[in-house]
Design a protein around this ligand. Structure first.
Ligand code: BDR
Ligand code: CA
Length: 323
């Protein structure tokens, strides 16, 4: 299990929210909780304002049910570096979270900008792991403004991109990379070890009705909330689009990796990002076969133990308070 300090950078979003529910889950099996120092928010699945409220809602729900408390939440970039913001309310619902009652949380939003917080925390800590599950605008802006922080980031654990699975927002691009390809280019070119969960693996970890029934059967306040989220329009969207029997919970792969990296198989690759082409904007060109001299600084997840992945997710959820 990961013990290094972590910063989650996200755009909740159903699957970001589920990833946070796993990551903020109470200690279990004699293991400590993850050491999360900040949740930073970017625009992506919906506007920055809704994403930051959603992050605070999820943090509050988790804390009230025995999960990690008092993790500071920072709002970051409201739009990508060069393109106008593209959002995904058709997937995640008009509020960015579907199947859940929306409320104004008491958990405060910090005054500091997320980019400043990332830079400050990287400088304060000996090392940090960044866990982005949205467009990479905050991370790229921090790296551009403060290149010295790269040496403090011991690993970037991110959800984004596609090779075998091609795309989910265009025929050749995954959403997070498509929304801000210029930011992704900066991040993939940075001299930082990367671990990437692309559509290639998130399309293997498909949640089935049987898993949702197991979550419902936990009969806790948090499992009730999650069950409703997992039976919302989000569940249907990708099943209808890709003709699958289950739904990808993309971003939860990052949380699962932090708890149990051995659930995944990886290939060492280098990655380049297409920023300009109107046809293939956001495409990740993955050097899978060693065709270039580029440094293979990326662990690209190629497979996951689906049964163990969902057992882990259900274990994390079952650790929350019973009443
Ligand atoms: C990614 O796009 C977003 O809609 C999800 O939250 C996930 O991060 C999947 O392509
Ligand atoms: Ca996301």
């Amino acid at each position: 299990m990961e013990t290094r300090p972590l910063i989650f950078d996200c755009d909740p979003g159903q699957d970001d929210a589920i990833s946070l529910m796993m990551a903020l889950s109470p200690p279990r099996d004699g293991q400590a909780a993850l050491d999360i120092r900040a949740i930073t928010v970017t625009a992506g699945n919906t506007t920055l304002n809704k994403c930051q409220r959603n992050a605070r809602m999820i943090a509050q729900i988790c804390a009230q049910n025995g999960g990690s408390k008092n993790i500071p939440i920072f709002a970051g970039c409201a739009s990508p570096l060069h393109y106008p913001l593209a959002t995904a309310e058709e997937v995640h619902g008009i509020e960015g979270l579907d199947g859940i009652e929306i409320f104004e949380p008491d958990v405060p939003l910090q005054d500091e900008h997320a980019v400043d917080a990332i830079i400050r925390l990287c400088r304060e800590l000996d090392e940090v792991v960044l866990v982005p599950t949205g467009p990479l605008t905050n991370i790229a802006t921090a790296l551009t403004r403060a290149p010295d922080i790269a040496s403090k980031i011991s690993e970037l654990v991110l959800m984004g991109g596609a090779r075998r699975e091609a795309g989910n927002i265009t025929p050749s691009a995954e959403f997070n990379i498509y929304v801000d390809p210029h930011a992704a280019e900066i991040v993939f070119n940075a001299n930082i070890p990367k671990t990437v969960f692309s559509l290639d693996v998130t399309h293997i970890a498909l949640i089935q009705d049987s898993h949702v029934n197991r979550i419902e059967a936990l009969q806790t306040p948090l499992s009730g909330i999650l069950t409703k989220m997992l039976r919302s329009g989000y569940a249907e969207y990708d099943r209808a689009k890709f003709g699958t029997s289950g739904t990808p919970i993309h971003d939860a792969c990052t949380a699962a990796y932090l708890f149990r990296p051995e659930l995944f198989d990886f290939r060492k690759v280098s990655v380049q990002v297409e920023t300009q082409s109107p046809i293939s904007r956001g495409h990740t060109s993955v050097d899978f076969w060693g065709m270039t001299d580029r440094q293979k600084d990326t662990h690209w997840a190629i497979d996951v133990d689906q049964a163990e992945f969902f057992d882990l997710m259900i274990k994390c959820i079952s650790a929350y308070a019973k009443t």
